[in-house]
Design a protein around this ligand. Structure first.
Ligand code: ATP
Ligand code: MG
Length: 422
């Protein structure tokens, strides 16, 4: 048999059995972010290719080999967004959101990178991100971390650890860069192809290598702390003080660099050891130079992005059970009852706006309808047969304990209300 058309490799369907967890995650994220005064921004999935080349950095994995870039019919080079910061900055500049303003923004949506698909790493994946503009001090850095901590708590996720580092400023990285080149040049034979290519272009990238064969060499490389400027040091200390006072545990990891070039000063990652190799669920940092780099006024900025695919996986592993079954399933026998059932269901929805009620459509024997009711996971089956119809009543069967009783039609809402949570 010919195989039908399949989805694109690394791009997943999220099936109905999984969407309740996704919705729960997205709703919780939204509630927590709104509680801190963050506003959502919605951005196009396609942008001009140059936007990503100039922000993420030419020598990064993303720009070198992972972007979905194509020429459209008008000859423009467009790219499916691999991340959300560049688009947020572009939109903010285009619409004048940054000048003399403080912004706390968040976004959510699919991102695209042509990576090697594996558990927790896909070619279409979903991120929620936050970007803040106009706040230079460590207070906002701390707020982002506190907000993510609150989100883990709201989601009931445990065992996430925080790693912090500071990357100083672009100016202070110049000296560090030279010493890194010196160090890696002295071990040139041990460098893999990517690292050799990056040695002079962007040696910091080598520190972010995911190649296990490189890890020993990287762990001996000079760390950045010795090169830090006073302002960056003070900023970092300020952040650590707030985190200490707020009781946030963290580990300073002097080799933490991130996969994009625009970061300066604070960088951080939330990591779990429960997802195997793909353990970073949230990563972010400052990008104070990015807006200026695009020709705007210097604007302090910080943000993070988290991987929803990985968070859903964590929620699943934690045994999170999200209520998705209906409260009741309405069974009707016979032509007259079937028609009446739809009207009755509307009356119930008027009376109980949050009632989750599925009406049997598509006929079927009692047996078939009960099977559907069971499969739906509904707590109650409401039965409208000929006899019930005649008596202006229904039978309600508790599908957990099998108890059944007759209820007048105008008392169904009250009956359900007493037994359900609203
Ligand atoms: P990693 O080191 O895991 O590749 P990254 O440094 O590329 O992550 P960012 O680009 O900062 O990460 O993205 C933020 C988060 O988005 C990551 O921590 C991760 O949770 C998620 N993420 C990134 N790439 C993917 C992917 N291909 N599939 C699923 N989730 C991803
Ligand atoms: Mg990556």
């Amino acid at each position: 048999m010919a195989k039908g058309i399949q989805s694109v490799k690394g791009m997943n369907d999220i099936l109905p059995q999984d969407t309740p967890l996704w919705l729960y995650l997205e709703d919780t994220v939204r509630r927590v972010f709104e509680a801190y005064g963050y506003q959502q921004i919605r951005l196009p999935v396609l942008e001009q290719t140059a936007l990503f080349q100039r922000s993420i950095g030419e020598a990064t994995d993303i720009v070198e080999k992972e972007m979905y870039t194509f020429e459209d019919r008008g000859g423009d080079s467009l790219t499916l967004r691999p991340e959300g910061t560049a688009g947020t900055v572009r939109a903010g500049m285009q619409h004048g959101l940054f000048h003399n303003q403080i912004q706390r923004l968040w976004y959510m949506g699919p991102m695209f990178r042509r990576e090697r698909p594996q558990k927790g790493r896909y070619r279409q994946f979903f991120q929620v991100g936050v970007e803040c503009f106009g706040m230079p001090g460590p207070d906002i850095d701390a707020e982002l971390i506190l907000m993510t901590r609150r989100l883990w708590k709201a989601l009931g996720l445990e065992g996430l650890t925080l790693q912090l580092n500071t990357l100083g400023t672009a100016e202070t990285r110049v000296r560090y860069r030279e010493d890194l080149i010196r160090y890696f040049s002295a071990h040139k034979d041990a460098l893999d192809e990517d690292s050799k290519r990056r040695l002079h272009k962007n040696p910091l990238r080598i520190l972010d290598s995911k190649n296990p064969a490189m890890s020993a060499l990287i762990s001996e490389a000079p760390t950045f702390d010795a090169y830090l400027d006073d302002d960056s040091t003070r900023h970092f200390q300020g952040l650590c003080e707030i985190l200490d006072q707020a009781g946030v545990a963290y580990e300073v990891n002097p080799r933490l660099v991130r996969g994009l070039d625009y970061y300066s000063k604070t960088v951080f990652e939330w990591i779990t050891d429960q997802l195997g190799a793909q353990g970073t669920v949230c990563g972010g940092g400052r990008f104070d130079g990015l807006i200026e780099h695009f020709g705007g006024r210097p604007t302090p900025a910080i943000g993070f992005a988290m991987g929803l695919d990985r968070l859903v996986e964590l929620l699943k592993d934690s045994g999170k059970d999200v209520l998705s079954a209906p409260d009741a399933y309405l069974i009707a026998m016979g032509d007259k009852a079937t028609k009446k059932a739809l009207v009755l269901a509307e009356q119930l929805r008027d009376q109980l706006p949050f009632l989750r009620l599925v009406t049997n459509c598509g006929d079927g024997s009692y047996k078939a309808q009960f099977r559907r009711a069971d499969k739906s996971g509904a707590r109650y089956a409401i039965i409208l047969g000929e006899e019930e119809l005649e008596k202006v009543s229904v039978s309600i069967k508790d599908l957990r304990d099998g108890q059944q009783e007759r209820v007048a039609q105008d008392e169904i809402a009250a009956w359900l209300k007493q037994r359900l949570e609203y």
